[in-house]
Design a protein around this ligand. Sequence first.
Ligand SMILES: NC(=O)c1ccc[n+]([C@@H]2O[C@H](COP(=O)([O-])OP(=O)(O)OC[C@H]3O[C@@H](n4cnc5c(N)ncnc54)[C@H](O)[C@@H]3O)[C@@H](O)[C@H]2O)c1
Length: 443
Amino acid sequence: MKIAIIGGGYVGLVSGACFAEFGVSVDVYEADSAKRSMLLEGKIPIYEPGLDRLVADNTAAGRLNFPARLEDGIAGAEAIFIAVGTPARRGDGHADLTYVFAAVEQVVLALDHPAVIVTKSTVPVGTGRKIAEIAHRLRPELEIEVASNPEFLREGSAIPDFMRPDRVVVGADSDRAREVLRRLYRPLYLIETPIVFTGLETAELIKYAANGFLAMKITFINEMADLCEQVGADVNDVARGIGLDGRIGRKFLHAGPGFGGSCFPKDTLALMRIAEEAGAPSRLIQSVVSVNDTRKEAMAARVIAACGGAVAGKRVAVLGLAFKPETDDMREAPSLPLVRGLLAAGAEVAAFDPVAMESAKTLLPEGVIFAADAAAALNGADALVLVTEWNEFRSLGPARLAQLMRQKIVVDLRNVFDQEAMRGAGFAYYGIGRKQLDFENLA
Ligand SMILES: NC(=O)c1ccc[n+]([C@@H]2O[C@H](COP(=O)([O-])OP(=O)(O)OC[C@H]3O[C@@H](n4cnc5c(N)ncnc54)[C@H](O)[C@@H]3O)[C@@H](O)[C@H]2O)c1
């Protein structure tokens, strides 16, 4: 079986390499020539654990190719996956479908055989129908089917997520489209992965509903964290106490600085717009969006309060810049408003992230000191802010911090440090939603 994937980013490249690993012949067409050249040289343009090996193995086996022309990529492909970006449109928050429709038009005009166009990109409800209209308008003589196959992988664990997903969702109206996707996902069917077949609109909505729900869960525990700080409770224990209830579940109950990343911020915004336009506005999702935005913006003030109300002239070490560990993705990362806020308040910011430094440099304002490692960032610092919970930061105990830092202030936005040990060693330690030493100081 041969398939093509349009877009070689986080989703396209991982899906392509994993389908190839299933034994399918896959052409991933990436429009960006710089990224394509890297792929042809065996270099991976993104950081994703295990991806370099998987790409190398499948390229060497001849199952995974990166053609220079889209026409070559789709030649003989039974299914063509659209895996291009769908960022939030400036101004109104709708999903920007420019890349999706441009890719669809290119594919449809170049096709010379019947095929199924599958959206893997996260697209608003109704997009599949529009793609079918475009296909039938531009190529009425060709049998082009449309299916929706939303992707649920998480950056940082994308390969295991793709290889052993909780479920696969396929939205399609025709038997042929369902049959092609059933055949493609047969290796997962054999390991008893539930394959949920639905109509197009339902599959499209499942993706937004899933991300909306998960974003809501994070936002809920973040609000509980604020409440914990006011009443002297501990949010870690609250999360455990409710998460052990099977109806609630323990995942996505980690209080923090607010969610970021390439999906939740844009998908909650898009879901809000989809619901409004459909005449069924979601007040829950509207609240999630506004509570989360406010929270991310408030993190700098929290650090400033922990530093006694002012950071002008103080050195603040920021550890972790990516929106979560095990990725170099900086999209909507909570570190961005935090660092901007600290700089605006006059702090000297020394930042370090194990893999996101290059992407961070393009997004953060001038003046940030990009340290070579965690120790260099902490050297002479008046305060440490732990923003992304990379494993290598977990081992920074109070003794090591005391050696490096000028003042003993720790703001732990991920609750990774042992607060008793920190306080025992004389640190002013501020976690999220944990019993604070000094409530009045917190914003
Ligand atoms: N990143 C995730 O964790 C994740 C998870 C699930 C779903 N999604 C969804 O998957 C989609 C892709 O996300 P991503 O993070 O992989 O984006 P990305 O920006 O990393 O990758 C998109 C790629 O498509 C390329 N591209 C754009 N137009 C093209 C065209 N006409 N032909 C060929 N290539 C083209 C771009 O150059 C880019 O490399 C989005 O809709 C996103 O919401 C992402």
